[in-house]
Design a protein around this ligand. Structure first.
Ligand code: SF4
Length: 327
């Protein structure tokens, strides 16, 4: 018999650091195009796997000397290599027990999300700009039936992680867990195996300190405006994100940018282009892959991680204090 305990043990054995289980009813308040169950309406459980980002990956960015490590091992390596490999191992368990499993790594930029240039815009764009996609906003795709959303649907990993009881969404909009704070990414498995769901996390990690807002190099997080969604019978809210500012800062520009790769006037124009596009970046000259992590993990991630560690609320403890960015 396939039990929740067996599924969780196998998830950890396959390589995940965290695992939680949600029942489908927790997603019922979401529009169909945001609901993972639209991809597998017969699913009886949504299993969410968490993959830690090593704290040491932030060191090169903090030191202002080595940025590639985070881009490769923290971002691309996690989403595009380790998550799929782990999901392959994990999902065998379901098939061997006679159930289906639909594995979904955090790789939405690969998909055919309606109305979004998947090469330029990733998950964050869609998080912050729902009006830019969907059947009302483009001719990219059409519903195959009146009761279905147009392909591809999109859903937020952080909302799935919330429904699976793994943590909460902080004021920054970043998902926080009691194990690692903001340091993880998530993948989802939809299955027709009926498993016991985990309780919703009670909250209390985010104390509204405002450090993510203060330290964002792009001034992209509103100190006052909120984004609100209803899910799992609750109302969740976090501070509104200006995605265009976030995207520019993530790639190394922004109002408070400190970017050692911004050397020439041409670089300055490339890093600060509004909105940021990879194609223009190539033309304008900045180092694209390195640039992707220059600001992306400095503000909301490092500020929040350091703050939660100082408060002593995270389970993953370290002998050495993290400190502030040198740049
Ligand atoms: S930095 Fe402070 S306000 Fe921002 S998400 Fe973390 S705990 Fe919440």
């Amino acid at each position: 018999m396939l039990t929740s305990a067996k599924v969780k043990s196998h998830a950890l054995h396959s390589g995940a650091d965290l695992v939680g289980i949600a029942s489908p009813d927790r997603f019922a308040e979401l529009p169909a195009r945001f609901n993972p169950l639209s991809a597998f309406p017969e699913a009886k459980s949504v299993v969410v796997l968490g993959f830690r980002l090593f704290r040491g990956l932030y060191r090169g960015i903090q030191a202002g000397t080595f940025y590639t490590m985070f881009s490769m091992m923290g971002y691309a390596g996690n989403k595009w290599v380790f998550q799929p490999v782990t999901l392959w191992k994990f999902c065998n368990l379901f098939e061997d027990a006679g159930y289906e499993a639909s594995p979904i790594p955090d790789n939405f930029p690969w998909s055919n999300i309606d109305g979004v240039d998947a090469d330029e815009m990733g998950q964050g764009f869609i998080d912050a700009n729902p009006a830019f996609y969907g059947k009302d906003s483009s001719n990219y795709s059409r519903p195959v039936a009146d009761d279905r959303p147009a392909p591809d649907i999109y859903f937020q990993m952080r909302l799935a992680a919330y429904c699976a009881g793994l943590g909460e969404i902080g004021d920054s909009g970043v998902f926080l867990t009691p194990e690692y704070g903001p340091r993880q990414m998530f993948a989802v498995v939809l299955t027709d195996a009926e498993l016991d769901p985990d309780p919703i996390f009670p909250g209390g990690l985010c104390d509204h300190c405002g450090k993510c807002i203060e330290q964002c190099p792009g001034c992209a997080i509103s100190p006052t405006e909120k984004t609100t969604v209803r899910i799992a019978g609750r109302e969740l809210s976090w501070n509104a994100l200006d995605f265009e500012k976030c995207s520019v800062a993530f790639h190394g520009g922004g109002e408070k940018a400190c970017n050692p790769f911004m050397v020439s006037p041409q670089d300055e124009e490339g890093f600060n282009q509004q909105p940021y596009t990879a194609a223009r970046a190539y033309k304008l000259g900045p180092v694209l892959w390195t640039g992707r992590a220059i600001g992306g993990m400095r503000g909301c991630h490092i500020a929040c991680m350091a703050h939660l560690e100082e408060r002593g609320v995270l389970k993953n403890k370290f002998k050495r204090h993290f400190g502030d960015c040198s740049c």
